[in-house]
Design a protein around this ligand. Structure first.
Ligand SMILES: NC(=O)C1=CN([C@@H]2O[C@H](COP(=O)(O)OP(=O)(O)OC[C@H]3O[C@@H](n4cnc5c(N)ncnc54)[C@H](O)[C@@H]3O)[C@@H](O)[C@H]2O)[C@@H](O)CC1
Ligand SMILES: [K+]
Length: 473
């Protein structure tokens, strides 16, 4: 939800607007169970769940005998928008008081209790002062309406804590939360989050990239690029992109003939070469052994399409059972290969057609067909275009970042490298979605600064900011 919320804000629909809609929906929920002039006791915690309850109180105050209890001091309200809505209650002289000792919380004899104590931001079982307030709410003989989730319910898992609100009705926002499935007393309220906030990859998707300060080397991936032969720049770009996207180590497995040149592009790369001028089936056993110690393999960049090379790609994928990003010439073997690996394929539309996939001009039609094709192949597809389409066969996303300057050679190698890095910490579909977004954002920044004529290598330095530069994410 927090990711969708951030994506909505990036589309111009602020969390405060969503809070207004949430409060309005709550007021409707209360009207459904109460008659005019009945008493409504609103109990609010200090997060946005409480903020929703403040808005509801503003909607209800004219019609009902409504009063608000805030659990704690207004200064300790955790978000600006919740505090602004608390202040609005006070300014409007709506009955709203703070409760400094929740063990002495006296709700009187209300007809309805509105539970805005804890929502999706809860971690662990309720602590004080929320804990005693929940007990007090359960002791009152009233219809209890919960905001988003009954307080004390873990919104990620649906687990109910030892102390939790026993709700008669729940008004939940945007989507059914875990633990609420199958309950007859739940209303899912549309609070105006545009579908685009879920369809299009946005800054909210980057939230999962935050790092634990206790992380150590290897936590963010050892990425192995199998590439090069006729081309030398492609594997080097790809592996450098993986490092810029946060991988801890990037290895390039390439032919001896070009190893020196690949290493020459960047000292950060670990080049491990095999004999000859191109990949052949004889190399596959050694590559499979090397891949054992790595988190993700990216196969394809600069390999070329020689028959023996494609045979080797086929053999490699048949013997591999980790996660592999497949790009460029290697893509064409995917439909015929039998593998236990999780494949993330990154074709442009021409390559997709060569794989037997759909060719559709309209992106929404393409998205639906790409999903079917991903399900048929049992792979994740990232189909590059003006709107990139990403699907794992179930969830389908689109990415709008990027620009026509990125038609230059090498940008696909960069994308494959970012995808490789992301796939070492994220599920394949999410890895591909974030990679497409970051690659396009990097390209947009370069073109904004200098105009067209970008080089794929220009993207590299912009990748970290594209992934971690959004301080609000
Ligand atoms: N994400 C969205 O799109 C929207 C969310 N909204 C509301 O925002 C809620 C989430 O708000 P927040 O993230 O601020 O979180 P909550 O309001 O659910 O709770 C956070 C507060 O509870 C405290 N807390 C956490 N665990 C606790 C525990 N075990 N015992 C006692 N206190 C605990 C935190 O320190 C914080 O003060 C949703 O449930 C929903 O009601 C709506 O305002 C509208 C849109
Ligand atoms: K609640």
């Amino acid at each position: 939800m927090a990711a969708v919320d951030r994506n909505a804000a990036a589309l111009g629909v602020s969390t405060k607007q969503l809070m207004e809609s949430s409060g309005n929906a709550l007021a409707r929920g209360v009207r459904d169970v109460a008659d005019p002039d009945e008493t409504v006791a609103v109990v609010a915690g200090r997060g946005n769940n409480g903020g929703d309850a403040f808005v509801a109180a503003r909607f209800l105050a004219d019609e009902f005998d409504a009063s608000v209890r805030l659990l704690g001091r207004p200064e300790t309200i955790t978000t600006d928008i919740a505090r602004e809505n608390w202040d609005a209650l006070r300014s409007a002289e709506i009955d709203a008081e703070r409760v400094l000792d929740s063990t002495a919380l006296d709700l009187g004899d209300p007809d309805v209790v509105l539970d805005g104590v804890l929502g999706t931001g809860v971690t662990g079982a309720p602590r004080e002062p929320e804990r005693s307030a929940i007990v007090a709410m359960n002791e009152v003989d009233a219809t209890v309406v919960s905001v988003d989730v009954p307080s004390g319910t873990d919104a990620d898992t649906g687990a109910v804590a030892d102390v939790a609100v026993d709700a008669d009705r729940i008004v939940t926002f945007h989507d059914l939360k875990p633990g609420l499935e199958g309950r007859a007393d739940v209303t899912v309220a549309d609070i105006g989050i545009p579908e685009a906030a879920e369809t299009f990859v946005g800054p909210g998707d980057l939230r999962s990239l935050s790092r634990d300060p206790r992380a150590h080397k290897g936590d963010f991936g050892r990425v192995m690029v199998i590439g090069g032969g006729p081309y030398t720049g492609a594997p080097a770009l790809c592996a450098q992109a993986a490092l810029r996207a946060g991988a801890d180590l990037a290895y390039v497995a390439c032919p001896d003939a070009i190893a020196g040149e690949v290493q020459g592009y960047a000292e950060d790369l670990i080049v491990e070469s095999f004999d000859g001028e191109r990949l052949r089936p004889a190399h596959v056993d050694d590559l499979l052994a090397a891949a054992e110690g790595r988190d993700v393999v990216v196969i394809g960049p600069g390999l070329g399409g020689a028959d023996e090379t494609l045979d080797a790609v086929r053999d490699f994928l048949a013997g591999y059972d980790g996660t592999a990003v497949v790009d460029a010439d290697a893509l064409q073997v995917v439909p015929e290969v039998d593998t236990d690996a999780d494949l993330v394929c990154t074709p442009h539309q021409g390559e997709l057609a060569k794989m037997g996939g759909p060719r559709e001009d309209d992106w929404e039609v393409r998205a639906a067909r790409v999903r079917e094709f991903a399900a048929e192949l049992d792979v994740t597809l990232l189909v590059k275009g003006a709107y990139d389409v990403i699907s794992d066969g179930e969830t389908t996303r689109a990415n709008r970042t990027g620009n026509p300057g990125m038609t230059v050679g090498g940008t696909g190698d960069v994308l494959a490298g970012i995808t490789g890095a992301m796939a070492s910490t994220q599920a394949p579909g999410q890895a591909a979605a974030i990679a497409a977004y970051a690659n396009g954002t990097a390209g947009d920044v370069v073109v904004d600064e200098q105009g067209y004529g970008l080089l794929a290598s220009d993207l590299l330095g912009e990748i970290p900011t594209a992934l971690w530069g959004d301080r609000d994410a």
